[in-house]
Unconditional design. Structure first.
Length: 231
């Protein structure tokens, strides 16, 4: 899941089943309910690869099978309490269940609300529920790994803003999981904090149009997911 023309921390899926689902999601004929299902399924596939790379297995005790045999139990490293899931409102909400279902236990979910200003296409933060903490190694609220979920990385500005916010918050590593990106947006996100970020996407298009929309892209995926077309 990599491209030689992009930074080494950029990962683009080549899975044939994912590409078929992405093709279905692109279609203007795909309605709200099917779009929600496809985003969930693609997020599962991209998230599976991303977490397989970002996490390791760790022994955390023993248990007993139904036949009475003891066996060593496993969890992830870092463990779930040290992982935060960060959906970008509103579209990132559509990917949250997929990522939480992959993890062995619930993790804290912190939301970032961002929109693109229409004339400049720059992100504006309107909501942030990251808990305040003391930037010390002993802080109980400081996650080791933050997972940003947002279906689309177009210009990369929103992804970069989210990465900067989480870096300032004090996370040690960030994984970004997206359905679709442009090459330039993917490159910008990867280069924002190259040593601390890995970006995983289901597909990659070449360009955005004058409105900052990926072409051919997915349209306004938030409007499609929440049935607010024509607002």
């Amino acid at each position: 899941m990599a491209s030689t023309s992009l930074p080494k921390n950029a990962h683009i899926s080549v899975h044939p089943c994912l590409q078929a689902k992405l093709s279905q999601l692109r279609s203007a004929k795909t309605g709200c309910r099917d779009a929600q299902t496809l985003v969930h399924e693609i997020a599962l596939m991209v998230g599976y690869e991303a977490l397989g790379s970002a996490l390791k297995s760790a022994h955390d005790g023993t248990d007993e099978s139904p036949l009475g045999y003891p066996y060593p139990t496993a969890t992830t490293s870092p463990p779930p309490p040290s992982i935060s899931l960060v959906p970008i409102l509103r579209s990132g909400l559509s990917m949250t269940q997929a990522l939480t279902s992959l993890l062995p236990a619930p993790v804290p979910i912190h939301h970032l609300g961002m929109y693109r200003e229409k004339s400049t296409l720059q992100p504006v933060e309107y909501y942030n529920n990251l808990p305040y903490h003391n930037l010390s190694a002993s802080s109980p609220h400081l996650p080791e790994l933050a997972i940003i979920v947002d279906p689309v990385i177009a210009t990369g500005a929103t992804a970069c803003a989210a990465i900067d916010t989480l870096k300032d918050w004090g996370v040690k590593r960030i994984v970004v999981v997206a359905i679709l990106a442009t090459k330039e947006g993917l490159r910008r996100a990867c280069e924002e904090w190259e040593e601390g970020v890995e970006v995983w996407v289901g597909g990659c298009d070449e360009h955005v149009d004058e409105r900052g929309m990926i072409k051919p892209g997915l349209g306004d995926i938030g409007d499609r997911l929440f049935l607010t077309l024509g607002k």
